[in-house]
Ligand binder design. Structure first.
Ligand code: SF4
Length: 897
């Protein structure tokens, strides 16, 4: 029997669970002989296209069946997630866009109320809290108070959205980091949906406007990160159209050795997987080793899927998943449903199964050792004791006569390698209770021996979940952490996103002397300047290792063997003296475990009095305030956008090397007081001492425009000595800030393009990296390679991504400011992976080649022709009935208002 939503060939079946009978898509019948060979990822995608139907569903079903034969496909399929997850900095631009589109609709005589999301949207409030205070009893209250003061205007917009827009739910400050919140509270793994006259069981699926959304893959939920623009289109009822993914199997065997953590595993996998081409590919973790990992440990691994280079990293469901759901307070009835559904639909772990994968990698868990990664990239794993060697290349050429490596026995001014920041931070490594409890036990031993961190180290603990505070209290470990300076500073991203606050005065002085202090943090990214604008080096480490390095005060030692400090009796203390044993950790976890903590602590945080007291508009249209320095109506969310396609001659605005991240393109951290963005804000009355971070200013396009490419690691290869964020204007030969040069080129009606190397746009999913480039007037980006989300965001803004032939890297192009680039990207040439003729007239001579259009689907072609997502949404809101919610998505009532 088929339901009325699905194609005729789709059979449904009854699933009995806990005394209920639910309807499900009969995946085995639908996939036929292909079923046994399909990895879980493809089974979930098959269920999604079968359930959600639509004109492309029959073809997509056939493509998925065929995929099982080869592990590859060129087919595009529609994907309808059941929900969307955003955070306070990615939701800001999306909500500003929606508010602006509503204003544009009203001005054009349309009904702004027609512009409404059809999917539930959960918004976390985690990315804005900074570590202003630390290592003092009131640090948490102080930081939260400052957060509300700084961000009240943006938060009012979010609160307006819960009132004006259907299905928007905001989780206020204090409710933790989005991915932890998702793991512990939002994810159902299997949802119950009332529709088509029946009660259905369907897989929980989502898209998130954050690259670490795949953390939820650790408990068997398929979801991945998308740009804010793609999320906006999904929220308004369009499917995410994806190329049927290649799936790389990672077959685990063995088990982690004692003393080795999930962080070590994730960093080791990162090192290994970065050697494989994983762009646009999905990982699936299989094999007998999977069952030795707890769901918390799996989530640590899945979190780092973007650092591996992959879209996501799905784990199957098994007893560990069920235990996690029960431990985090999900009902027994629901846990039973998850098991029954997963077993019936082939989503349950079979350790011996070897599904068809595009590629398979074998990995022995027993080979993982205690690790760090750094000092500049997450894939640069090193043995935990090898920090001295890892930092040496950064120091080469910087040492001055008289530099002496400092011993750690006596307090001394910090030198190269001093630990400036020791932060237990990030959803990555604070969501797994085992990691936090291990850190707490290490702190206890160190505290009892009388160890303390030197005064120059900025210490902090910012768990992803308010429940963490409860279980650390319950196990008695919080007091030990606080005694070492690791009291809770916030329930949010803090140091991980660069909101690390100011450094200690000793470290600032060391930086002024040209020294190279470092951060040690339990995060997932360590690009120069990410953690703090003045820190070039950062090491990623497990929470217990973060504490060990804090106590050591520097990384100029082998942390595994050298003394970390001295006990009260003068005896040297080494890491081995502090590291808790497996049974000690198990005992503390047993003491900490209380499933009721989760609902209790989240409910309490959701009732935030500060949030309730926040005044917000209740009108359908957002009342723009011309004096606001946070929220300004953007020029691109309006009618009248024009396509950037065409045949034209452009000037190179920027020529960049490899590995340009979205952090490089559009910063998230503190707004430097000496910057064009600061000048703009100060001229509008802002306090020079408190300009907030770029991430918090994403609702103001004027600020974001001025911050583009100003990261001091960015080199514009168009000429020598060009300052970050600047270029040489071709007509005048003047060096100008990019936004000024863009104004001139626009006035001259001269198109501009960006040229870049490999992996352009890697890192965070921030759509401002694409919006900013669009505001600069860029018509095309020519790069050797693009990271997935940024490529999609560029298309969402109508900017054409073109792949350079591998024999023409930017350095070999040798572009200079007077050169011109002819591009024939007229609409009739635009097709997935189409060839685009490029001819460059250079000082060094004319060259020509075909670039490849980095467009994968016909929907992306439609977007480029329309000029981007926002013009398309507006046109549909004006002319057609809004699309319905896809089957399986339920708009909730009871939003946090
Ligand atoms: S990775 Fe860092 S910045 Fe991203 S959500 Fe997690 S804690 Fe926040």
């Amino acid at each position: 029997m088929s339901s009325k939503s699905q194609p005729a060939e789709v059979e449904t079946a009854a699933l009995a669970s806990g005394g209920r009978t639910l309807r499900i898509i009969d995946l085995r019948a639908l996939a036929g002989s292909a079923f046994e060979r399909l990895p879980c990822t493809l089974r979930i995608l098959l269920e999604n296209v079968a359930r959600c139907g639509g004109p492309d569903a029959p073809q997509a079903i056939r493509a998925i069946r065929s995929w099982a034969a080869t592990g590859r496909s060129d087919a595009d399929i529609p994907f309808h997630p059941a929900r969307v997850l955003m955070h306070d900095t990615t939701c800001g631009p999306a909500l500003v866009d929606i508010a602006a589109m509503r204003s544009a609709l009203a001005e054009a005589g349309g009904d702004p109320g027609r512009l409404n999301p059809v999917l539930p949207i959960d918004i976390s409030t985690d990315h804005s809290i900074a570590v202003d205070a630390f290592a003092r009893p009131d640090a948490l209250d102080y930081n939260m108070r400052r957060e509300m003061q700084r961000n009240a205007e943006r938060y009012r917009l979010m609160k307006w959205a819960t009132r004006a827009l259907a299905g928007v739910r905001v989780h206020p400050p204090g409710t933790g980091i989005m991915h932890t919140l998702n793991l512990e509270r939002l994810a159902t793994v299997v949802s119950v949906w009332e529709g088509d006259g029946d009660t259905w069981a369907v897989p929980d699926t989502l898209l998130g406007t954050d690259s670490h959304t795949p953390m939820i893959n650790g408990i068997g939920v398929l979801g991945w990160g998308v740009g804010g623009l793609e999320a906006e289109s999904v929220c308004f009822g369009m499917p995410a159209v994806i190329r049927l993914p290649e799936v790389v199997g990672v077959r685990l065997k063995g088990r982690l050795r004692p003393g080795v953590t999930a962080t070590d595993l994730a960093l080791t996998l990162c090192e290994r997987l970065r050697r494989i081409e994983l762009a646009d590919r999905f990982l699936e973790i299989i094999g007998p080793g999977v069952s030795s990992l707890t769901a918390g440990e799996r989530a640590v691994v899945a979190n780092m899927a973007p650092e591996f280079g992959a879209s996501c990293a799905l784990f199957p469901i098994d007893g560990q998943t069920l235990r996690y759901l029960a431990d985090t307070g999900r009902s027994a009835e629901h846990v039973r449903l998850v098991e029954d559904y997963a077993r019936r639909q082939g989503l349950w772990l079979d350790p011996a199964a070897v599904p068809r994968c595009t590629e398979m990698l074998d990995f022995d868990l027993g080979e993982v050792t205690v690790s760090l990664a750094g000092p500049r990239r997450p894939q640069d794993r090193l043995a935990a004791g090898a920090t001295v060697q890892a930092l040496a290349p950064l120091l080469a050429g910087r040492r001055r006569a008289g530099d002496v490596a400092q011993g750690r026995d006596q307090p001394a001014p910090p030198e190269d390698g001093a630990v400036a920041i020791a932060a237990i931070t990030s959803c990555t490594n604070t969501s797994d209770p085992r990691l936090l409890v291990t850190a707490g036990l290490l702190a206890r031993k160190a505290h009892r021996l009388g160890l303390a961190a030197p005064g120059w180290v900025k210490t902090s603990l910012a768990p992803g979940s308010p429940a963490a505070a409860r279980y650390l209290q319950r196990s008695g470990l919080m007091a030990d952490l606080e005694a070492l300076g690791f009291g809770i500073v916030g329930f949010g991203c803090t140091t991980c996103i660069g909101n690390s606050g100011s450094l200690t005065s000793q470290i600032e002085a060391a930086l002024d002397r040209g020294r190279v202090p470092v951060a040690v943090l339990s995060g997932n990214r360590n690009f120069p300047g990410r953690v703090h604008p003045r820190l070039e080096a950062a090491f990623l480490a497990s929470p217990p290792l973060v504490i060990a390095f804090a106590l050591a005060g520097d990384i100029n030692r082998d942390i595994l063997t050298d003394p970390i400090g001295h006990a009260r009796d003068g005896a040297p203390v080494r890491l081995a003296d502090l590291w808790p044993s497996g049974p000690e950790i198990d005992a503390a976890l047993a003491l900490a475990r209380e499933p009721g903590d989760y609902a209790g602590s989240y409910d309490r945080a959701e009732r935030s009095a500060d949030w309730q007291a926040l005044a917000a508009p209740e009108s359908a249209l957002f009342p723009w305030n011309a004096a606001s320095t946070y929220l300004r109506r953007p020029p691109f969310a309006t009618f009248g956008a024009t396509t950037r396609l065409g045949s034209y001659r452009a000037r190179p605005l920027l020529v960049l090397g490899d590995d340009i991240t979205t952090d490089h393109i559009s910063p998230a951290g503190a707004i430097p007081p000496q910057s064009a963005a600061a000048d703009y804000l100060i001229s509008r009355g802002e306090d020079p001492g408190d300009l907030n971070v770029f991430a918090a200013r994403r609702g103001n396009w004027e600020v974001m425009l001025r911050g583009l490419f100003t990261n001091r690691s960015v080199r514009n290869l168009l000429g020598s000595g060009i300052l970050p964020g600047s270029t040489i204007h071709a007509g005048s030969g003047h060096q100008l800030p990019l936004w000024r040069a863009a104004e001139r080129y626009a006035a001259e009606e001269t198109p501009v393009v960006i040229v870049a190397g490999e992996r352009y746009g890697m890192g965070s999913s921030r759509d401002w990296a694409a919006k900013g480039v669009a505001l600069l007037g860029v018509r095309a980006v020519l790069a050797l390679g693009f990271e997935r989300i940024h490529r999609s965001n560029l298309i969402g803004m109508g900017v054409v991504p073109l792949r350079l032939p591998s024999e023409w890297p930017p350095a070999r192009l040798a572009l200079t400011p007077g050169d011109s680039i002819r591009i024939d990207a007229s609409a009739e040439r635009i097709e997935p992976r189409g060839r685009i003729p490029v001819c460059i007239d250079r000082q060094a001579g004319r060259i020509g080649f075909d670039a490849t259009l980095a467009v994968e689907t016909s929907s992306e072609v439609e977007l480029l022709i329309a000029g981007g997502i926002l013009p398309l949404i507006l046109a549909r809101a004006m002319s057609a009935d809004p699309p319905p919610a896809p089957p399986g998505a339920v708009l909730r009532s009871g939003a946090q208002r």
